[in-house]
Design a protein around this ligand. Sequence first.
Ligand code: ADP
Length: 629
Amino acid sequence: MFKAILSRIQTHTTPPPQNIPPFLHQLIVRFTGGTTPTGRLIRELGWKYRLFIIISLVANLFAAFSEGLTLALLTIALELLANGDSAITDISVGGDILQQVYESFGFNAVFIGLVIAAVLMQISRSWLDYLAQAAAAYLASWSEGELRRRLLTQYTNLSYTQISRFKLGNLTSYINEVDRSSILVNRINAFVSNLTITISYGLILLWLFWQMTAVVIVGMVFLTIALRRTRSKINTRSRAFMKAYVSINEQFVELLRGIRLIHTFGRQQHVQGLIRTQIDASVRSRRQALTLRFLIPAIIQTITIIGVALFLSVGYFIIQYTNNFDLVPRLATFVFVIYRMLPRVTGINATLGVISESLPFVMRVADQLDLTSQSTALSGEIELATFENEIRFEEVTLQYPNTANPALAGLSFTVKKGQMVAIVGPSGSGKSSVISLLARLYETTAGQIYVDNLPFKKLNRESWLGHIGLVDQDTFVFNDSILENIRFGRLDATQGEIIQAAKNAYADEFIQKFENKYDTIVGDHGNRLSGGQRQRLAIARALVRQPSILLLDEATSALDSQSEQLIQEALDQLRHEKTILVVAHRLSTIAKADHIIVLNNGQVTESGTHKELLAQKGTYHSMWQLQSG
Ligand code: ADP
């Protein structure tokens, strides 16, 4: 049942109440990070996990109360020990009960009763501490998981245009920075615990000697204010460290992605030099932040020890002067309480230090999750059950963000069902951009694409993608088995269908040569496969989807002429079942296409069949002449 309640809390989200009084709302906003993304995130998670926050707060309060009570009981016990039964009548709170116990059971019973009560209070304090820490641990691990889930959703749902603009190392560093949120939650709990206990000690001290305590409190407040500057310095250094950390992460990821290039060009020293400077900067800011953080307890402890010595001296003189030895137990307790308070006050400042250190990281994650310009991949409502007729580009323009010229400029053409249409043209003419639009990686800037006369943007994304099989130069494969890599094309494909797709892509023959056949693990980035093998795997992955439309963007460019010939034959067989849009560099591979479009600067400059285009003696003719020698 306990587990059921926990999982309900974890998954169940009720929106925060809307009808709270404005002043209360403002107060809450003010003390939970304001209207910044971090503030919003804190309130959202805080509300979701409110039960555990309340448990932790209440447990901390009661723990502090138990601690205070323990000390009060011990002080009374000490006073009784020093002054005998006459002291019982002087006790202001609970004196009556003690008097009754004394009258019924005698002095020893009173003393032992006080000690037992103090012990019970300490035990309950330990368990209340545990309860508060356990609640904080739940909170910490859940908030960490929650942030990871949110990042995961964000990374996968953001539009390709947006996510592709981030550096990979930048994105991965967010995932690592999420740990800081759990450090933060645990530290905040430690802060609350230290603060409540310090307050309870403060009350005890007031009860013992209010004048001296007033001096202590003024001293503490003064000290905390004096240390504010140090904490703000820690914050600045931590932000510098965070920046360096992110940059190092970015560069490491970039380096590892280009490790082959680094080896083949012998650039090890060069890249080491580049990153080392960043590492040095990070070491500096980290060291400064940490040394400042550890400086705080040292300062506090020094000042407190001097304070204790002063109080002892003052107390000693007061006792000498007034000859009032009754004060000795109180003075002893006073010093004892201050001594116990010391680590707590140090703790408050130390936790504030850690909080200052972790906060920049959590703020960065919150900012990332709160990106105001977030655009998720667009999707329409129309489900395309079957592809019946044609794909039509009408005056389509595509301008990539931050570029001067459009990649496609008023492009119009039609692909009829069952046709094989080829797009050719010089590099940079916009061929891949046509494919990217159809794969919904980018949105048209102007003009419209129609599929069976339906506006492309209104089609449901998933339902459209279900109709297409895409093979491009990015033959990315996961470091998994060949079987699973092909299955990625259609998750419910049977083993038989996977093998058939591999056969159609002429991949089966090389797969059979591996010892583990379809269970062979392809290695990182598929490094156990040759370029041509990876390409055939990518073709099998597209074919297993049983798409009605095949989009091939230089899909056979990495193949040797023999494999290319085989793939060509396979595609010829598929021609009449499928609609094929193919971008090809080698014109020999598309000479048989029903229709060929020649692109230049994002516009159609020529179009027709191979024969017609040769007869036109234009760009296509000269490209053909060049390639056929
Ligand atoms: P092709 O496939 O014919 O070589 P592309 O469609 O890849 O041409 O590119 C057409 C133009 O668009 C080029 O000028 C290229 O630099 C630019 N381009 C392509 N992709 C992007 C992108 N993601 N961001 C900015 N510009 C791009």
